[in-house]
Design a protein around this ligand. Sequence first.
Ligand code: LLP
Length: 428
Amino acid sequence: MSEVLAPGLTRLADGPLAFGGVGLEELAEAYGTPLVAFDGALFDGRVAAFRTAFGPQTDISYAAKAFLCVAMARRVAALGLSLDVCSLGELRTAQAADFPPERLRYHGCGKGDDELEAALRGGVGRIIIDNLEELERLESIAAHLERTATVILRVNTGIEAHTHEMIRTAGENSKFGMLPEVAFAAARRVAASPHMRIAGLHSHIGSQIYEPRFLADAVEPLFELAASLSGVEIAVAEMIAGGGFAVRYRPEDPPAPAPEAIAQRLLAAMRLGAERAGVPLPRLGIEPGRALAAEAGLSLYRVMSVKDHATCRFAIVDGSMADNPRPALYGSYHHVVRADGPSTAVARATTICGRSCEADEMMTVPLPEDLHGGDLLAVCTTGAYTYSMASNYNRFAKPAVVLAADGAHTLWVRRERDSETLRFDVDT
Ligand code: LLP
């Protein structure tokens, strides 16, 4: 069988696969399956690549929604990144990690008063405002707390990213952000308030974007707005161009754009935009999640059974759409390889299915003919939006997350106990 290895996967001297230098069987035996393994060095490498490409003037903020736990927040803090959070849970996680509050950015298109208050009390560096009503609530909470809120206005630039419609976040019919004329009014409101200060403008057009030019296109309307604001003496010091940078999920897909290619486009669009608008060059911010975390993660599953039905061969694994809903939600593909040594068996198209009470077929991949119950499978590129989107469907407990790096492993998040799936039930 010709072998395609995913990022971070290597072969141990005697044949079996390793991730972060640790044998996959060793990880599965130590922590059980399903398991999410995270290779810290891969994550750090991606951060370094973005840093080098964008240079020290760009603020890189990791989008916590891709994957966050306390240990991860500590890692992000140590790397000197900023951190985007969008819920009280993500904020509390960052706070538990002693994440420097001035490097936190609070996102979300439906922030409650409790969240705005927690962000202000917690000294969160930037609050990204989605709509006028939210802005009004923030102003009165800031006034009540006698604090000054530093805000960035999220603009719906109308630029549609060519990506799956479920992960598109701009376009004239997208719910996110404010249309430019509304953002203009919002900026004036901020400028007039003693309790708020405007830091800049924000746009995020979607996720898994293969074409950097779409990201660059989205900067143009921000500069048009910056020019109008400059006309009323409002300066835009920061411009966040969002995240959304693609990663490769299928080995046969073209490589995702390199950080240098994205940086070149975006930095050029920034220079040109500022020049045309006649405004000083704002500081660029980017907020990647997937591009930093996806390839750094891998999920391990045991095969429960293999069956041949009509024209399909199914492998049922001990995970499900509860621990990885991406295939069910977006038809996403994750490459799958068997964890043992190189196989001489012929590869056959095999549909990986979860064990939930649904037709939760995940993806069809070539796997050796002799695949059987008990084999260990590695599902690749699951570092982003997999553990973070896990649910307790069927009352399955959530998997553990382990750091594998330099041949050693450390537990980051312990496996949920079956008994804990009852923890919110009230004994009536
Ligand atoms: N900034 C904002 C405002 C966002 O909403 C997101 C992602 C990001 C940054 C980071 O985007 P990234 O660089 O990770 O593409 N669950 C979907 C992805 C949803 C993305 C939501 N927003 C998936 O599994 O593909």
